[in-house]
Design a protein around this ligand. Structure first.
Ligand code: 5GP
Ligand code: ZN
Length: 119
């Protein structure tokens, strides 16, 4: 089975559609949804369907797909009418690096002049 589901993992629950999320894109490998507490309007999370905690346990093919989807999302945000003038793509691997949900994810964060967000 290509999709492992961790017990008590909120992102696995979202991927399985057992928890609510505003999904904006999905395919056979990733699900992209709105962050529950966006740091700027349009803040997205790109999540592999398969449970992996961090870079150590994410396989290369899945990683490539996640980053490619992140690129697509960033391009779509830049082309949208939201007034997005820049993008941060952020990966937090490990608690010391501010990871709080231990299912791998990329943040795609649209930036606006004067939005005030600092890392
Ligand atoms: P981390 O610090 O692990 O890189 O980021 C976790 C992100 O997941 C945070 O930005 C947080 O707002 C978001 N998040 C946590 N729980 C949920 C949830 O249940 N649904 C959604 N959509 N986002 C969540
Ligand atoms: Zn998970």
């Amino acid at each position: 089975n290509a999709t492992s589901t961790a017990q008590d993992c909120i992102f696995c629950a979202i991927v399985a559609r057992q928890a609510e999320a505003s999904v904006v894109y999905e395919d056979e490998t990733v699900v992209v949804f709105m962050d529950l507490n966006p740091v700027t309007p349009g803040h997205l999370l790109v999540v592999p369907r398969e449970h992996a905690v961090g870079l150590e346990d994410l396989d290369g093919a899945t990683s490539a797909h996640v980053w490619s989807a992140g690129h697509d999302m960033a391009r779509a945000l830049r082309r949208s009418s939201m007034g997005c003038e820049g993008i941060n793509v952020l990966l937090c691997d490990g608690a010391v690096a501010f990871q709080t949900v231990f299912h791998f994810h990329l943040h795609v964060i649209p930036r606006y002049a004067g939005d005030g967000w600092t890392l």
